[in-house]
Design a protein around this ligand. Structure first.
Ligand code: IPE
Ligand code: IPE
Ligand code: MG
Length: 275
C-alpha cells in the first residue's frame, strides 16, 4: 500500500464523483457563510449509535464543506462548533466535544494549511479547556499566512456573550478616558468584537431541521440571508453548500432600501381582482 502522500495540494481534493460548483458570477457568491452544524446527535441516535458518533462523522462533513467553500470562491466560513450554552450538556458529552475538537485541529491543520485556509478562533476564554485553546493557537500560527479562505472556528462562542464582552471592554476604555461615550457608534462596537476584521455574514445556513440561530453571530448576522436544511450535519456536504449558495444568488437583498418598479394593476395586497 502506498504511503500517504505528504505532497502539498495545489488545490482542495475534488468531489468524489467529480461534481463541480455551479457557474456563478463572483459577485453572486456570498463572501461570508456561517454554518450552524446541527443534527449530529439525532443522526447518530436514529441509527442506534451514541451521539458522539454523529460528531465524529461531522468532522468529514466539515472538511468537505471547507473544500467546497474554497472551490466556489467563498472568502470566509464560520462554523459553530461549541456554544456557550453547550456546557449544559452531560459532562461526558462536553468532555468528548472538547477532546474531539482538539484532535480534529491536530489532524486537519496540515490539510487546511495546504488548501490555503487560515484558521481563526472566535469565542471566549473562560471555561474553554487550556489544551483546546493551545491547539487553536497552534493552528492559527501555522496557517497565519494563508489568504484563500478564513475559517472561523466558533468554539465556546455565544452571540450575547460576545456583545456583553465587547460592552465591558468598551466601558472600561470609557472609564479610563481612552474613548468618549458620545463617540461610540456601530463601528466602535465592531472593534471590540472577538474578531474585528470579520465580514458581515451574507448567508447563514443551519442544518438539522431547526429554524433558529441559537445565539450564533448575532451582531454579524444582522442582515444575513437565512437558509435551513432538514438534513442532519453528517449528511450535508459540499454539493448542499453549493445549493444554498445558488439559492442565495437568487435572493434580492434590499438592506432596508426600496425601488419603485410598477409592474401591474394589482391591489397593494395581491393580484388584481375585477368585480
Ligand atoms: C451539533 O449537533 C453539534 C454541537 C452542538 C456540538 P448536536 O449535538 O446539537 O446534535 P442534535 O441537534 O442534538 O441532533
Ligand atoms: C447550536 O446547536 C450550537 C452548535 C451547533 C455548536 P444546538 O443544538 O446547541 O442548539 P439548540 O439547543 O438546538 O438551540
Ligand atoms: Mg443540536
Amino acid at each position: 500500500m502506498a504511503a500517504k502522500s505528504t505532497a502539498v495540494y495545489e488545490t482542495v481534493p475534488l468531489h468524489r464523483e467529480g461534481l463541480t460548483p455551479p457557474p456563478l458570477a463572483p459577485a453572486s457568491v456570498p463572501g461570508h457563510v456561517a454554518c450552524v452544524m446541527d443534527g449530529n446527535g439525532r443522526w447518530a441516535n436514529s441509527r442506534g449509535l451514541p451521539r458522539t458518533e454523529g460528531h465524529r462523522v461531522g468532522e468529514s462533513t466539515m472538511m468537505d464543506v471547507v473544500a467546497g467553500a474554497v472551490e466556489i470562491g467563498i472568502k470566509e466560513l464560520s462554523v459553530y462548533a461549541f456554544s456557550t450554552e453547550n456546557w449544559r450538556r452531560s459532562p461526558a458529552e462536553v468532555r468528548f466535544l472538547m477532546g474531539f475538537t482538539r484532535e480534529v485541529l491536530r489532524a486537519q491543520t496540515d490539510d487546511l494549511l495546504a488548501w490555503g485556509v487560515r484558521v481563526n478562533w472566535v469565542g471566549r476564554e473562560p471555561r474553554l479547556w487550556r489544551s483546546v485553546l493551545s491547539e487553536l493557537r497552534r493552528s492559527e500560527r501555522i496557517t497565519a499566512g494563508n489568504e484563500t479562505l478564513v475559517l472561523n472556528m466558533c468554539l465556546n462562542y455565544g452571540g450575547r456573550a460576545e456583545i456583553a464582552d465587547a460592552a465591558r471592554a468598551l466601558a472600561a476604555d470609557v472609564e479610563a478616558g481612552r474613548i468618549t461615550a458620545s463617540s461610540v457608534n456601530e463601528r466602535t462596537i465592531q472593534r471590540y468584537l472577538y474578531s474585528p476584521s470579520m465580514r458581515d455574514v451574507d448567508l447563514l445556513i443551519r442544518t438539522g431541521g431547526e429554524q433558529r440561530t441559537s445565539n450564533f453571530l448575532m451582531w454579524e448576522s444582522a442582515y444575513a440571508e437565512l437558509y435551513f436544511s432538514d438534513l442532519p450535519w453528517p449528511e450535508f456536504d459540499r454539493t448542499r453548500l453549493w445549493h444554498a449558495v445558488e439559492a442565495y444568488a437568487h435572493r434580492e437583498r434590499r438592506f432596508g432600501g426600496a425601488v419603485d418598479v410598477v409592474t401591474g394593476a394589482g391591489t397593494p395586497h395581491g393580484p388584481g381582482v375585477t368585480a
